[in-house]
Ligand binder design. Structure first.
Ligand code: CU
Length: 326
């Protein structure tokens, strides 16, 4: 039993020293990681949508506040453990409770966190709420493993659809109900560029055909789950054209991307779509070149349709095409 107190005191000193070392090495580590990875958090240039700027600011403020609190609390914790280690020169002061202190350190974090969560909720409700008047609408459908886009066409309305009407072979991959006349001018594209107009709000109506996917729009700082059976929506205003971003990022290859942000299966990585943000004129020009899916499903109903003449070439074509389909 002899020497027990001495070794306890020695252990205490070692522990106190180790706590201080841990504090210093820990803070150096935090600084180092920040230097090394800080620039990679948002390496996608500045936000390219109206909401994106708010989201970036919110993130910045959150990191600053939590960063300051982190440093103060960690330094206090480990420094006090070192400074007030056991000593023969002083006696511990018994101080078990103080209501005023309890209230202060409960109320201040509660208020700060409520304000931060409040901002998040405010932005969330705005992003998922009603789009401004005059917003364009695009339907985005995720399936294993691709994105499909549908534009409402000239009438501005997306036609009705029903999952049992889905028939890839009959040119109806989304299950559009052709008896609904608003379907007849709807434009469909798959995996190709999603075309958006700069400074024009767009509302995305998001669907999924099989499992849960997620529309991830990194450059616009937005994402939204694509859930089978339950359409989700979000709206935003792109603020920079693809050409502007190419210049800003100093990257002639730059494209806006739409990624799938849910692990949705083996081909998850393939769900990369691209987005073109362009002027209204460019968009109109692109749109004028598109053929509504209805006319692809029923070519004989397209304006200016001519029944193929009974020539030898057409007979060969008619014989060959169905085979190629398989
Ligand atoms: Cu997916």
């Amino acid at each position: 039993m002899r020497g027990e107190e001495k070794s306890r005191k020695q252990n205490n000193r070692i522990n106190a020293f180790l706590l201080l070392t841990f504090l210093i090495l820990g803070l150096i580590g935090v600084y180092y990681c920040n230097e090394k990875y800080g620039g990679k958090i948002l390496q996608f240039g500045s936000a390219a949508s109206n909401h994106g700027e708010d989201v970036d600011n919110m993130l910045k403020i959150t990191i600053i506040i939590t960063g300051i609190v982190f440093v103060i609390t960690q330094v206090a914790l480990f420094w006090f453990a070192y400074k007030y280690q056991e000593s023969d020169k002083r006696k511990a002061f018994f101080y078990p409770h103080n209501n005023k202190l309890e209230v202060i350190w409960t109320a201040i974090p509660a208020i700060v966190l409520t304000v931060m969560v409040g901002f998040g909720l405010f932005y969330w409700f705005r992003i998922t709420g009603e789009a401004p008047d005059g917003a364009m609408q695009v339907e985005v459908t995720g399936s294993q493993f691709k994105w499909e886009f549908r534009y409402p066409g000239r009438d501005g309305k997306l036609g009705k659809k029903y999952f049992k009407a889905i028939n890839e072979g009959a040119n109806n991959p989304l299950g559009q109900l052709w008896e609904d006349s608003t379907n007849k001018d709807d434009i469909y594209s798959v995996q190709e560029d999603l075309h958006l107009v700069v400074n024009k709000p767009v509302k995305l109506v998001i669907n999924a055909k099989d499992v849960i996917h997620d529309v991830g729009l990194t450059h616009f700082r937005l994402k939204m789950d694509a859930v089978p059976g339950t359409p989700t929506t979000m709206w935003f205003t792109p603020t920079k054209t693809t050409a502007q971003m190419k210049k800003e990022m100093n990257d002639p290859e730059f494209v806006y991307e739409i990624s799938c942000d849910q692990m949705c299966g083996q081909g998850h990585f393939k769900m990369r779509g691209t987005i073109v943000v362009e002027s209204q004129e460019e968009f109109d020009l692109w749109m004028s070149k598109q053929t509504p899916k209805f006319y692809l499903a029923f070519p004989e109903k397209a304006p200016g349709y001519k029944a193929p003449a009974d020539t030898l070439t057409n007979k060969i074509a008619a014989a060959v095409v169905p085979q190629q389909k398989q």
